[in-house]
Ligand binder design. Sequence first.
Ligand code: UGA
Length: 415
Amino acid sequence: MICADVDGAKIERLNAGDIGIREDGLAELVAEGLAAGRLSFVVGAAAALKELDAEGGPVEVVFLCVPTPMGVGGVADLSAVEAVVEETRDVLPLGCVVVNKSTVPVGTADHTAELLGRDDVGVVSNPEFLREGSAVHDFLHPDRIVVGSNSSPEAAERVAALYARLGAPTVLTDAASAELIKYAANCFLAMKLSYVNAIAELCERLDADIADVTEGMGYDKRIGQSFLSPGPGWGGSCLPKDTHALLQVADAADFEFRLLRATIDTNTRQFQRIVDKIRLAVTGKRTGPLSRKRIALLGLTFKAGTDDVRDSPALAVAALLRGAGARLTGFDPQIPPGDPRIDHSFIDVHADPYAAAVGVDAVVILTEWPEFRTVDWQRMAASVGGRIVVDTRNLLDRDVLRRAGLTCVGIGRSS
Ligand code: UGA
């Protein structure tokens, strides 16, 4: 197998076995593939096709795994898909299959086939459902495989056969349905989280406890226990982009998708709700000023288990706090001080949580890193002037904090 990218420096790093991201088990797999000579990395898709052809006969399947970032107005930007199709159009071997793995708007398979202009090449949509941080596990233990094609059901079956060994249920369908399945799944997950965050707010108003409420909901098999943890809002490189993109897809189809818009709006409001919670905890007032208040943020990535800060809810909350005049310190197990992705004048990032907490009015937990549970809270308490911890993930043991003399404000429960 050969992998291509346009970034020469990345290819050099990958050939040296440096995967450059935190992803459990991936470095080992890459090292194994490189050592066995089964895997290599080259610059340029056309070069990859030529090289593989020279090595062991014509390429049978080409996976497009390029980014489709949020473009103007929330529409998915397809320029990387178009560029790679343009590059490979004339060098794809006769009868091969082009598989789209990227999350793309409905109709992209047809658009790709049109751009290719090759009757002999089947175009197949095969969306991925991997979570960052556990992508290798998710790939090897998929809940389902989805493969769709309009022009070539036979090509779709060839692609499905590649996964047969994994024994997962397979949905063979048309291209539009396959493309929509990916958006529908991610947007449903986003909706589930916005719903839970709204229920958590209701719990606070009604003196109910969100942990018990979600446990009670989750035993219903139709609902399930997963994706029911309230938090500072959902983020990352997928859910925000895909919710906006599906809204645009719906718009273009003349469908006003109110439920999805409310899902996004509820999330945007959640960031502000967390700031309001911090404000109340620190100043004792709903409208108290945050200027000159010092706040330590624990957790800056968009979730635990990753080093990714793209569209991180933690940074969205940080931006609102800065806008309200607060001074911020921070700590994250995956973000070293001086990390170029975080502006030092925005958040002063420290190498450990104790240094980040010196002299602050409050500590705020924003990412569910398990190591925050085992922080020495007695030691932290000696630094935190305001003696307040706002736990937006309901991660900490409140009794431990209480014993340390700290007040813990959670989400969806009484403190
Ligand atoms: C998401 C989907 O879960 C994957 O199935 C999909 O393949 C992927 O997008 C993609 O499109 O590539 P990921 O972006 O890794 O995966 O993130 P999630 O694990 O879904 O978490 C998204 C956000 O929801 C995070 O901010 C996380 O902290 C938050 N979250 C998740 C909660 O607040 N509570 C929960 O119970 C679960």
